[in-house]
Ligand binder design. Structure first.
Ligand code: NDP
Length: 448
């Protein structure tokens, strides 16, 4: 039987990174993937989502350009062109991933992998003995339980939806729900978004949540809070959702975006003795070892932080420890993140509520303003910026933004937070004028 030092199950962000890094350290590596290379991020998540978000931004750009002297009607949007061009680009990326693996010397197996025992992996008819196994199988959309839920689609199907939904119902209030509500609203759908709680984006700073919800509503999303779907049925014109309050809502498509659950089925975890958490994720320790120490797991399948860059970082920690001299642990502090709503949310560090519970006195700096671009564009979009500072140490604890390119802007400030920057350092930093980002270094008066 062939033997490898590392067998990676899953060719998504975490798996591919681990495989490539490990061959770079001299390890013999095999990787199995039964779907398209690149995983959720490349095929059904971050990348196609961002492309569609760009597409949606053009919609408002045509209207806004008139204030700058570009006259003429808004051109019609062609869904087929967007879908086709996206599919071509994703296919190119699949090829790039394959080349990266093959050129790195990784043995690529196209098929579903299953642990036969704690050291043997089977793919098709082939069995390979592995010194270490890394499970990086990601997650999949979770469907809520209501009558007719099978008529709804998940984010997996949204990119190729046919026909384009003139009326779209989005269920959920997390990243995926808010992003797709914004995108399809921007592309021209009439979007209703239902969230079961009091405000969308639970876990984000409360000011950010309220502000971005307000901006999404201003752009046309019919956001209904404390609302649930009781059942879904087909009707003549499409689908009719009956809400928990009994009211009907007729739409052309329904997206359920109610979380993603780890992919653990069919992996032979029981045969190998790998334990799951009570939420169905693979249980790992601080070195990403499962209950069987030479079987490790990273990324969405361990359900810690479902973000591509986190899976990449976890993979590197694993490879450093297995094939290098690394004893480094994964640092989950100050992970920056963006939600590609329209406008974007960018955030790093603590929310106001977290800061208040962790340190004594918190200084809060906050500004919201009309960006310069919109003085002529006619858009009523506003930008929010917020800094949270530990009053005792002057350290900046949180940087939050709702506005154009918030992700691009907050990435840089994440470096400052990681370096432990104080508010005095922010104050001593010269702004770049005229930008929105300069507001982060020119806020002088705390609001509380
Ligand atoms: P989230 O966990 O972010 O949000 C799930 C949403 O669905 C919440 O609003 C939740 O409500 C609601 N919900 C859960 N169960 C039900 C139910 N039974 N009925 C009604 N509503 C329900 O998951 P997503 O699916 O949006 O995304 C998964 C993860 O993928 C994200 O957490 C994120 O880590 C990652 N991601 C990152 C992106 C980025 O970086 N830009 C983009 C997309 C995804 P409640 O708040 O009340 O629990």
């Amino acid at each position: 039987m062939q033997e490898v030092d590392l067998f990676v199950i899953g060719g998504g962000s975490g798996g591919v990174r681990a495989a490539r890094m490990a061959t770079g350290r001299g390890a013999r590596v095999a990787l199995a993937e039964c779907g398209a290379l690149g995983g959720t991020c490349v095929n059904l998540g971050c990348i196609p989502k961002k492309l569609y978000s760009y597409a949606a931004h053009y919609g408002e750009s045509f209207a806004e350009a008139r204030g700058y002297g570009w006259h003429g009607p808004t051109p019609p949007f062609d869904w087929a062109t967007l879908k086709r061009n996206r599919a071509i680009e994703i296919l190119r990326l699949n090829g790039v991933y394959e080349k990266l693996l093959v050129n790195a010397g990784v043995q690529l197996l196209r098929g579903r992998a299953r642990l036969v025992d704690a050291h043997t992996v089977q793919v098709g008819a082939e069995r390979i003995r592995a010194r270490h196994v890394l499970i990086a199988t990601g997650g999949a959309p979770h469907r809520p339980d209501f009558a007719g839920q099978e008529l709804a689609v998940t984010s997996n199907e949204m990119f190729d939806l046919e026909p384009f939904p003139a009326r779209l119902l989005v269920i959920g209030g997390g990243y995926i729900a808010c992003e797709f509500a914004s995108i399809f609203n921007g592309l021209g759908s009439r979007v209703t978004q239902l969230y079961r709680g009091a405000q969308v984006l639970r876990g984000f700073d409360d000011d950010v949540r309220a502000f971005v919800a307000g901006e999404m509503v201003k752009k046309g999303v019919d956001l209904r809070l404390n609302a649930q779907v009781a059942s879904l049925q087909r009707c003549d014109g499409g689908l009719v959702a009956t809400l928990a309050d009994g009211s009907p809502l007729e739409v052309d498509a329904v997206l359920v975006a109610t979380g993603r659950w780890p992919n653990t089925a069919g992996l032979g975890l029981e045969a190998a003795g790998v334990r799951l958490t009570e939420h169905g994720a693979i249980a790992v320790d601080e070195h990403f070892r499962t209950s069987v120490p030479h079987i490790l797991a990273v990324g969405d399948v361990i359900d810690r932080v479902q973000l591509t860059p986190v899976a990449l970082a976890e993979a590197m920690v694993v490879v450093d420890r297995l094939f290098g001299s690394g004893t480094r642990k994964m640092d989950y502090e100050n992970i920056p993140t963006a939600v590609f709503t329209h406008p974007n949310v960018g955030t790093v560090g603590l929310t106001e509520a977290q800061a208040r519970s962790r340190v004594g006195r918190v200084r809060i700096y906050r500004t919201d303003f009309k960006p310069l671009k919109h003085t002529l564009s006619g858009s009523s979009e506003r930008t929010l910026m917020k800094l949270l500072v530990d009053d005792a140490t002057d350290r900046v604890l949180g940087v939050h933004m709702v506005g154009a390119e918030a992700g691009e802007i907050v990435q840089g400030f994440a470096v400052a937070l990681k370096a432990g920057a104080t508010k005095a350092v922010f104050d001593a930093t010269i702004g770049i004028h005229p930008t929105a980002a300069e507001e982060f270094v020119t806020m002088r008066e705390p609001v509380a």
